[in-house]
Design a protein around this ligand. Structure first.
Ligand code: PMP
Length: 438
């Protein structure tokens, strides 16, 4: 008897009404053997319960935002309070100032902030600002980085587009795609060559300073520093997409992370944010140098607006989430758990002869089913999708929910317990054994 019968039935029904049965392609199980995705009913702390009553330990964390676990009491209380006071005003509120202040304190390269509704919007607008300011059109991005689904950045995109084999989306006019130059991550030669050829036309170099979309990948020492220097010499701006990385590794963003001791050398001009800063409600934000941000209406000639932008529920949930993250020891605990988990996963995989390379950064990591290292998109593509799919299904059967893509990360939250790590390791040992036997 199918333990996910109701999910299977709902999937049949969903496909009649919702394209592909899912509202974001990354939720489909197409890349992990197909069939019905799991329909969840409820989530609390580190757990999901599906519509058939199965319980799962969650490492998806909603693709990143859920760092305090599901339904954290402080975040929930903030949302309830917001709802009781009316969900949307279309006016300014004091809450927006408080969240903007918190973000600026944590990420000092942002003199001014603007809230939007998603990471996609945030990235899209940083590009508009960069183009308006420089009067140039071209953007340089890095292969395998995902920056949302706006036209300009759906070229050589990682994450969902790569998972589904469509890194260069249909529907993007060649005139737009021709404004995007893609170079390899973690080596400066490609960037240098691109800047030599098109430097005076490049508005911005856009990068995930710590990559989360072809697995978790740290920039090699000197890469970000070199990137910033070369962009500046060409008169181009540097845009960091910190939609995943902000507040994921410490209370701050990649640009203020201890791995980069010379913070001035890795300072971007503009930063895009999302995910964690909304505490699990829809949000995005972008910010940067005052003279750049003042290009935006109502101060400047570049337009960006939003009916839902800065809505009280998202903003108050974000403030509550950041308050939780400011508690001492939070990140150390996630790091310790992730370390133990990664060591155990590696030992089990090695024991059963399954090729596995793990890239871990604090409490987030990616599992690549290939020999390492994985430092760029090309290497990440070597990860064996069939093996990952098999592992994904084995873990699902044992009550562990992973992102259904070989490129997505596992995220620890403040809600995971030592017992959850033990249970996950036991499930993994079993899974690797089954995979080796097949
Ligand atoms: N940038 C990065 C680095 C992301 O990981 C994502 C989403 N995974 C986005 C932008 C787009 O954010 P959203 O899905 O909120 O539009």
């Amino acid at each position: 008897m199918n333990p996910r019968l109701r999910s299977a039935r709902l999937y049949e029904e969903a496909q009649q009404h919702i394209v592909g049965g899912v509202n974001s392609p990354s939720r489909s199980f197409k890349a992990v053997g197909g069939g019905a995705p799991v329909f969840m009913e409820r989530a609390e702390g580190a757990y999901f319960w599906d519509v058939d009553g199965n319980k799962y330990i969650d490492y998806l964390a909603a693709f990143g935002p859920i760092i305090t676990g599901h339904a954290h009491p402080r975040v929930t209380e903030a949302i309830v309070r917001a709802a009781q006071n009316g969900t949307l005003y279309g006016t300014a509120t004091e809450h927006e100032i408080r969240l903007a202040q918190a973000l600026k304190e944590a990420i000092p390269s942002m003199d001014k902030v603007r809230f939007v509704n998603s990471g996609t919007e945030a990235v899209m607008t940083t590009i508009r600002v960069a183009r308006a300011f420089t009067g140039r059109n071209k953007i340089i991005k890095f292969a395998g980085c995902y920056h949302g689904h706006a036209d300009l950045v759906l070229v050589a995109a990682g994450s969902g587009p790569s998972t589904l084999g469509i890194p260069d989306s249909a529907g993007i006019p060649p005139s737009i795609a021709s404004e995007v130059i893609t170079v390899p991550f973690n080596e400066l030669d490609g960037l240098r060559a691109a800047l030599e050829q098109w430097g005076d036309q490049v508005a911005a170099v856009m990068v995930e300073p710590i990559v989360g979309n072809f697995g978790m990948v740290m920039p090699k020492p000197g890469f970000l520093e070199g990137l910033c220097k070369m962009a500046r010499e060409a008169g181009a701006l540097v845009i960091y997409d910190e939609v995943i990385s902000a507040f994921r590794f410490h209370y701050g963003s990649a640009q203020t992370f201890s791995a980069f001791p010379d913070q001035d050398a890795v300072r971007p001009d503009l930063t895009a944010l999302g995910k964690i800063i909304g505490g699990g409600l829809p949000i995005g934000a972008y910010g940067g140098r005052a003279d750049l941000m003042e290009m935006i209406a109502p101060l400047g000639p570049a337009y960006q607006a939003g009916t839902m932008a800065g809505n009280p529920a998202s903003v108050l949930a974000g403030i509550a989430c950041l308050e939780v993250l400011r508690e001492p020891g939070i990140y150390d605990r996630m790091e310790a758990q992730a370390t133990r988990l990664c060591e155990g996963l590696q030992a089990s995989a090695d024991k059963h002869g399954v090729p596995l390379t793990i890239n871990r950064i604090v409490g987030a990591f990616s599992t690549h089913f290939c020999a390492g290292p994985v430092t760029n998109y090309e290497e990440a593509q070597h990860s064996d999708g069939e093996l990952f799919g098999h592992f994904f299904r084995c873990m699902l059967e044992r009550g562990v929910y992973l992102a259904p893509s070989k490129y997505e990360a596992w995220f620890l939250t403040t809600a995971h317990t030592e017992a959850d790590i033990d249970a996950t390791l036991a499930a993994a040992e079993d899974s690797f054994r089954e995979m080796a036997a097949d």
